[in-house]
Design a protein around this ligand. Structure first.
Ligand code: HEC
Length: 101
């Protein structure tokens, strides 16, 4: 019984760490988006802000860019560089940012 408890506690701790590191990783990747979409996804204008972007919509838009299904000037190329896991981490990151403009 005690062993089971310990094992699940360790598992939960591992999951929490994995999620934190995904967000840290996402923060670094998001810096690649800042030139156009603004710091933490708050665009200075012109290009869409990503802060507060709906998580599921973000994933489907990025996949549509990646597959070429959604026409784009640049995002179809940029989206090629990210795995599904990285896109999901970015979706969590941007959804968690407060939209300032
Ligand atoms: C060089 C400028 C540039 C960079 C860097 C950039 N984007 Fe974009 N992004 C655009 C442009 C321009 C559009 C409009 C679609 C197009 O023409 O490609 C866009 C559109 C989007 C959209 C759709 C917004 C909407 O609702 O219409 C998403 C989501 C997005 N970008 C995510 C990202 C992510 C994530 C990154 C970083 C990994 C990133 N972009 C980096 C220029 C950029």
């Amino acid at each position: 019984m005690r062993k089971v408890f310990l094992a699940s506690a360790l598992l939960l701790a591992g999951m929490a760490t994995a999620q934190a590191s995904n967000l840290t990783q996402a923060r670094y990747i998001a810096a690649n988006c800042a030139n156009c979409h603004g710091t933490n996804g708050n665009s200075a204008g012109g290009i869409e802000s990503l802060a507060g972007y709906d998580r599921d919509k973000f994933i489907s838009v990025m996949k549509a860019f990646k597959s070429g299904e959604k026409p784009a000037t640049i995002m179809h190329q940029l989206s090629q560089g990210y795995s599904d896991e990285q896109i999901a981490a970015l979706a969590d990151f941007f959804a968690g940012q407060s939209k300032k403009r």
